[in-house]
Design a protein around this ligand. Sequence first.
Ligand SMILES: Cc1cc2nc3c(=O)[nH]c(=O)nc-3n(C[C@H](O)[C@H](O)[C@H](O)COP(=O)(O)OP(=O)(O)OC[C@H]3O[C@@H](n4cnc5c(N)ncnc54)[C@H](O)[C@@H]3O)c2cc1C
Length: 450
Amino acid sequence: MINKEKLSLLLSELKSVSDLEIYKKTSDLKRFSKDFFEYSPILIDELKDCLADIVVRPLSVDSIMLVAQICHKYSTPLTLRGAGTGNYGQCVPLNGGVVMVMTGMRKIRKFDLKSGEITVESGCLLRDINDELIAHGRQLRLLPSTWRSASIGGFIAGGSGGIGSVRWGFLRDPGHLQALEIITTENSPRKLKLNANDSEALNHAYGTNGIITALTITTAPYLKWQQIVVDCSDWNKAVELLNKFNCSAIDLYLGTLLENEIVNCLPHWSGKPSGKHRILLLVAPDGVSTIERLSRSVGADFYNLGPENLKAGTGLRELSWNHTTLHMRGIDSDWTYLQMLLPQPESEMMRKLKSEWGSNLLWHLECVRQNGVQRLASLPLVKWQGEEAINHLISQCKELGAVIFNPHTITVEDGGLGVVDSDQVQAKSNFDPKGILNPGKLKGWNIKAN
Ligand SMILES: Cc1cc2nc3c(=O)[nH]c(=O)nc-3n(C[C@H](O)[C@H](O)[C@H](O)COP(=O)(O)OP(=O)(O)OC[C@H]3O[C@@H](n4cnc5c(N)ncnc54)[C@H](O)[C@@H]3O)c2cc1C
């Protein structure tokens, strides 16, 4: 928390900035100091009392530059927020200060007909960008399952992948983010244009090393994705089939496999539960017959739900990735989750853990491309039995060969591969020398500062 005297000085300077909305009501401070960290009971304990002192919402790049300058002058923490759908408290202000909500920055600046690249302001919703792209015969390559509500700035700074990862890998893979426009937090903030190379250090850095005001990303040709559901009574057969789809010569946008106990808890859009395990697919029209043939050849049930209706909000994509967790928590909030890349072959590891954890561990798999190779990732549902139990499960997964991306931690590094990225830390030195941006979230900087 900022002391009263400093707060009133800060506030009076912020009030002089045009194009800036200011929120001071406790209800607003609370609302804008939270994200979806409640999926982790560990993070609830850690973050529940964190509160901004002031919330601002800029409507222009100039006003962002002034906020950066004022926060720098008063050495006040400045935490950026998109739509606040992150899961690890990425936009929660650990030490109070100013939370800057970026959703007023929503212009689509440019679509390049030749390359298909699009340049947008960071507060643009992914849904709006996708609508714009479809009008040009293109679409987003990667989308979180929150694509209707999440901002592109928040996705780049806080997300990792999702729908499209089966074909396009993850956000940090070279080729997605082509350029950034950023504002630095210095005595005289600078507006910089970073090329693809220099942008890498700000990609998935939780807004700790620069304020993203606009970005250029690559896109894919538009395809009318067909929704397919495949039910399979045997789990190992279902995993084998999913792997087959993942590696076939078909264009997939989504490949999700859910254990039957999860299917029982989902909304009705994927069809009635059949007591079987369920594969959800988004596939190009010319891949449907292959999916049907491969499914029938192993005795699985095949259902063609037809093309997606993106206006409806009740498609298979809203049952995938962390939306599966959302629906399960809607039934019972004792469900939490893990995130991991499964070892190959996958079945033995899953069998071993299932035999120990029983129905307290439900498998949810997603097809992904990792370093150019088709793999299976997992976001298993885990019944909360305390911190010790989840840490034990994490250790078991690692021992059995999984790579864990821990969703129960608050730093960039601990939620990733656990290692400090010196380029991210260097970018923070260059663009945020006082360390006021989202303090506490970049471990490499914390180590350097102490
Ligand atoms: C039900 C559910 C499903 C989800 N599914 C997925 C999924 O499929 N894939 C996935 O990757 N994630 C997923 N997430 C997490 C989250 O939705 C995504 O990361 C989303 O893209 C975050 O966008 P946002 O606008 O809400 O960002 P926020 O949560 O507001 O912010 C995320 C991070 O970005 C920073 N930030 C925001 N704007 C800027 C800016 N302009 N400049 C610099 N830093 C900035 C913030 O400080 C914060 O650290 C899911 C979450 C939920 C609750």
